[in-house]
Design a protein around this ligand. Structure first.
Ligand code: GLU
Length: 507
């Protein structure tokens, strides 16, 4: 099928996957689903100096967790394999050579010292960091300045070289961005980027264009930070004669720091105490371990929901969406240009909303490890499911469940009796002693409450004065679901035990 939508996410596996990266995945994924197209994951690993062990597997893990798998990838090759640029190395050279033959690129033999010298000698106040471009290229050791024989001799002698694009002078490169409209760049301010490195590897600029072409990519969505590279890519599409097949571009808005001042970075997360990566990332070099949204207790569907709202809006009041709904509703017309501020409290609200909608058995399975990590062994999974149902509305994160529900499995370590003690009376002790003696197991919280109310009346104490002490005896603090629901859950024997030990503290 010729006009089939093909989009791609093209990460360089260099570290943890930032939420902006996952949002790029998401927009690609949704666009592909909406148009019944194909979502390609291409690994852009041509920069060997930035190779990070485990980073590629990590990207796959993040996409699996978020529920956004690619249709074609190094793990699921389609018709355009290989999907890892390092394995496509032999494919790129011919295009670099074509560009040289056409006069749109050139060999540059300059050594690092020569480049440094150029930067030093051409430095002026107006041009403090001279680039390799139309102003300086004539003074450098490249095939534009050397004779054909000299170039041949250098190549034959195996002198290291790079291939650089020859950016045209005094031209304006235009393209239409699906989010930003007409974009233009002056070629004079764009330097002659390296296309092929001395090790024969393409740079990102050449590889991204060649691969988008060869993989028949129809739409290229990427972060706004790639906008300055667009003129290089557009020129390459033109020079290689592929302009008619050029993908439609969309540069997605930045995700901003909570105060709106600049792009959200890993350090902002550390500084402000929230995750920035999708999943836990352990830096293999430094050994540094950084938690992700998953480890902080986010559900993947909530993560996806909060991400889509960072840059897109449905045009209605609706805020909570499933991935299926989004696959129907998503459109680039509703992606805005302006950066989207990240708000962690709002992110947690999305999670709380999805927790309410999530199946309790599933939630129980997800939170069980948190209980076990706290030394609370869950012997009956069904009980945990019931506990989850009782407390879920109070939980913003999966990690909140232990705090909200531990007392359903073990007596609290500490009873916050400070507010109770000053108002304590021997009558209250008498009441609790008698009431707990009569207590029996029942599944009916309303019956329990009726018996409690009756006993309070008998002792001449207002029920209202007894409810908070009872809660603290059972829970440890002033929180949790209905006290009589707690009693039906933990049972009469356990309730009696907790009341008795609290009475000892109040005596
Ligand atoms: N490899 C680039 C990255 O790391 C891809 C940018 C693009 O999508 O063109 O994000």
């Amino acid at each position: 099928m010729e006009n089939q939508v093909r989009v791609r996410f093209a990460p360089s596996p260099t570290g943890g996957l930032h939420l902006g990266g996952v949002r790029t995945v998401l927009f690609n994924y949704l666009f592909a689903k909406k148009h019944k197209g194909t979502f390609v994951l291409r690994v852009e690993d041509t920069d060997q100096t930035r190779f990070v062990e485990g980073a590629e597997d990590y990207i796959f893990d993040c996409l699996d967790w978020a529920g956004l798998p690619a249709d074609e990838s190094p793990r699921k090759p389609g018709d355009f394999a290989p999907y890892r640029q390092s394995e496509r190395k032999p494919m790129y050279r011919q295009y670099a050579e074509q560009l040289i033959a056409q006069g749109n690129a050139y060999y540059a033999f300059d050594t690092p010292e020569e480049l440094e010298k150029m930067r030093e000698s051409l430095k002026t106040t107006e041009n403090p960091s001279p680039q390799y471009d139309h102003r300086t290229r004539s003074q450098m050791r490249n095939s534009l300045n050397l004779s054909t024989e000299e170039v041949k001799a250098l190549l034959d002698a195996g002198v290291p070289y790079v291939v650089r694009i020859k950016m045209p002078e005094n031209e304006t490169v235009h393209f239409t961005d699906l989010i930003r409209g007409d974009i233009s760049h002056e070629t004079n301010v764009v330097d002659d980027k390296v296309l092929l490195k001395s090790d024969g590897m393409p740079t990102y600029h050449l590889a991204v264009v060649v691969d988008d072409y060869l993989m028949k990519i129809t739409h290229a969505f990427r972060g706004e930070e790639w906008l300055p590279s667009a003129p290089i890519h557009i020129m390459l599409w033109k020079y290689l004669g592929w302009e008619a097949e050029m993908p439609k571009w969309a540069h997605l808005p930045l995700i901003l720091k909570p105060d709106g001042n600049g792009k959200l970075s890993k350090r902002d997360g550390e500084r402000l105490g929230f995750p920035v990566f999708a999943m836990e990332w352990k830096d293999p070099k430094s050994g540094e371990l950084i938690d992700g949204f998953k480890e902080k207790g986010f559900l993947p569907e909530a993560f996806v929901n909060l991400l889509v709202m960072l840059g897109w809006n449905p045009g209605t009041e609706q805020e909570i969406f499933t991935l299926e709904e989004l696959s129907e509703l998503f459109s680039l017309e509703r992606v805005h240009k302006g950066g989207a501020k990240f708000d962690y409290e709002k992110a947690k609200w999305y999670n709380q909303q999805h927790i309410q909608r999530a199946d309790n058995d599933r939630l129980a399975g997800l939170v069980k490890p948190y209980f076990e990590a706290k030394g609370i062994s869950i012997t009956d999974d069904q009980k945990l499911t019931e506990a989850v149902a009782m407390v879920k509305e109070r939980c913003h994160l999966l990690t909140d469940f232990t705090e909200q529900a531990s007392f359903l499995f073990q007596a609290p370590d500490h009873l916050d009796l400070d507010a109770v003690k000053p108002k304590w009376t021997t009558e209250k002790t008498a009441f609790f002693t008698e009431w707990s003696e009569t207590l029996q197991d029942t599944a009916n919280a309303a019956d329990l409450e009726a018996a409690f109310t009756e006993c309070a009346a008998k002792h001449g104490i207002k029920k209202g004065e007894l409810m908070m002490p009872l809660r603290i005896m059972l829970v440890g603090g002033k929180f949790g679901p209905g006290v009589f629901d707690i009693i039906t859950f933990i049972g009469a024997a356990e309730t009696k035990k907790r009341v008795a030990s609290a009475l000892l503290l109040l005596a």
